[in-house]
Design a protein around this ligand. Structure first.
Ligand code: DP6
Length: 345
């Protein structure tokens, strides 16, 4: 018999960034973070987990048709935690088939280019953890599963929820209190939209894992950033609760710039933004100037691609101007590869 479960998990884009680990093994962060989960229809990973006593002994993971290495500590940590929860169920009820002892076969597909640096690890590990949790019929809540997904990739813990999601850094050395929670569902702010500008589909130069370690070790600006996050988290949660786009936008841009400033302050410096990214920043500045208030907000992860948040009512002022202004720039991949995603789930 082959047991099987399928699920999908969407990409999330942080507006208060996770950058820095206090424990690299458990992916415990130096600050809390907050993200918006994009809609399932736009960017997501679809994952099927199967297991059977008759599978060859090794666990396997196929991503977009390519066999991946599952021997890494992160994947192993997720498998181990999920298996041990299943084993508990099997102990409690001897009728339960001993799935925890069977080899796992995971098949994942992204509906977007993996190499584009679009937070694929977040959706990937969130889908992997939930697919196996479903396969094992675990009763754990999404908050509890987020603790496991975090060990796969820090940002993955936020992709187990839709809408607005906080990852609370926690204090415990064991990481039990470092989990994600939903701040508000997507329906709370239906006007919210995200426009993703694929500036470059090339794989990023410095991985986020390596980059944040270097920043923690060498940047003297970094402690100031960490100290400023708690207040910004609080203000961001208030902005979301009140659907205050001006405040949401101001905080989003400030946090992205603060994060990239610590990257530049890293030795050797890390440059994630390029000329096209900076042109996108100028376009947003111009849009906001023309509107006389903040109607668009940019944010950048560990790469040059821009994510622009705006409200539906500002679509013409924002998306229209972007097409007009950046369409001719070298490095802008053009209509076919720009992705308009609604920031709802
Ligand atoms: C800039 O979650 O990819 O996107 O925990 O090492 O897998 P690991 O890092 P990862 O880092 C994401 C960094 C970021 C900001 C964010 O998503 O909060």
């Amino acid at each position: 018999k082959i047991y099987s479960a399928s699920t999908t998990a969407p990409v999330n884009i942080a507006v208060i960034k996770y950058w820095g680990k206090r424990d690299p093994k458990l992916n415990l962060p130096t600050n809390s973070s907050l993200s918006v989960t994009l809609s399932q229809a736009d960017l997501r990973t679809h994952t099927t987990a199967t297991c059977s006593a008759f599978f060859p002994a090794q666990d396997s993971l196929l991503l977009n048709g390519q066999l991946q290495d599952v021997s890494g500590a992160r994947t192993q940590a997720c498998f181990r935690e999920l298996r041990s929860l299943r084993a508990k169920l099997e102990e409690q009820d001897p009728q339960f088939p001993k799935l925890s002892r069977y080899p796992l076969r995971i098949v994942s597909e992204n509906n977007f280019p993996t190499a584009a640096g679009l937070a694929s690890s977040a959706a990937g590990f969130a889908a992997l953890v939930r697919a196996i949790a479903d396969l094992y019929q675990l009763k754990e809540s999404p908050v509890e599963l987020s603790r496991i997904a975090r060990q796969g990739s820090g940002s993955a813990c936020r992709s187990l929820f839709g809408g607005y999601v906080a990852w609370e850094m926690g204090q415990e050395a064991s990481g039990t209190d470092s989990t994600a929670v939903q701040v508000a569902p997507a329906e709370h702010w239906p006007e919210m939209q995200a426009l993703i500008l694929v500036v470059s589909a090339a794989k990023k130069g410095v991985s986020s894992t390596a980059g944040m370690q270097a920043t923690v070790a060498t940047s003297s600006l970094f402690p100031a950033r960490v100290a400023s996050v708690p207040q910004r988290m609080e203000d961001m949660i208030t902005a979301i609760k009140e659907q205050n786009f001006e405040s949401f936008g101001r905080l989003t841009m400030k946090d992205s710039n603060s994060f990239h400033a610590t990257c530049l302050d890293t030795e050797p410096p890390i440059f994630y933004l390029n000329d096209v990214s900076r042109a996108a920043i100028r376009v947003v500045e111009d849009i906001n100037k023309k509107a006389g208030k903040i109607v668009a907000a940019y944010t950048f992860d560990a790469g040059p691609n821009a994510v622009i948040y705006f409200e539906e009512k500002s679509t013409d002022a924002v998306a229209g101007v972007f097409k007009e202004r950046l369409g001719h720039l070298e490095g802008w991949t053009g209509k076919g590869e720009s992705i308009r995603a609604s920031a709802t789930e």
